[in-house]
Design a protein around this ligand. Sequence first.
Ligand code: NAD
Length: 258
Amino acid sequence: MSILDQFRLDGQVTVVTGGGRGIGEGIALGMAEAGSDIVLAARRKDEVEAVAEKVRALGRRALAVPCDVMYIEQVEQLAQRAFDEFGKLTCWVSNAGGADDRVPRTFLEMPERQWDFQMNLNLKAVWTGAQAAARIMKDHGGGTIINISSAAANRASPQNGPYAVAKSGVNNLTQTLAVELAEFGIRVNAVAPGPIPTEVFMEFLKLDESEIPELGKRFGIPLGRVGTPEDIAPACVYLASSASSWMTGQVMDIRGGP
Ligand code: NAD
């Protein structure tokens, strides 16, 4: 196989949670362009339907499934629906994540509800997603799982503490899953993006569109700019493809510099 062919995802079926906008949309479209059929899942049906249309325009099959990843039974139904519809499930991208009411708070100010919400959305849903996907993949030839972490993991994150704790947990869970699932031919890796001005990001930091060109400098990013969803998609194509067949349990940092 040629080196470029190793990156192709022809014949794959990929589930992207939180695929209705932002980074998830970018990942879905990038993986579709590389050849994969796509199942898009998010709470809002209209958002995932719109992205599904874009996937179809690229010549791939697409399915839009309303799903709240905070509920394990909905995650299990999502995995089964993808398998039933397309006859296989080869890649699962746990991308849904973010903040509760999008208000920065210190640990002193934080209500218990917000801690629980952040852990359930950003960490527990990665476990439920991996479990639902792996239970199908292990009996059908293996697959890949890609967890969307964050540059916020493994460092202090004032006023956004639980989010960073949860994403650190994602990095650790990725390693354990990789070891436990290797014998089933399932590889598990994570991608940790730096700042990308999506809806949740702009709202959380109370930023205006006009400020985007200056953000690279403000965040001290060596390559001088913040990221885009299109910066993340190629890493997911790589991790889902045979080009990364000897790679598991790793976190890929994509953030414009160390
Ligand atoms: P976004 O708000 O633009 O998109 C999040 C998507 O997840 C949306 O489609 C939303 O509907 C969906 N979603 C949220 N809660 C859900 C739930 N309970 N069930 C199902 N779907 C749900 O956010 P984004 O910036 O594109 O973030 C995507 C991922 O990337 C998140 O895991 C986030 O933590 C991570 N991330 C973002 C940045 C950034 O700077 N934007 C940086 C690092 C990591």
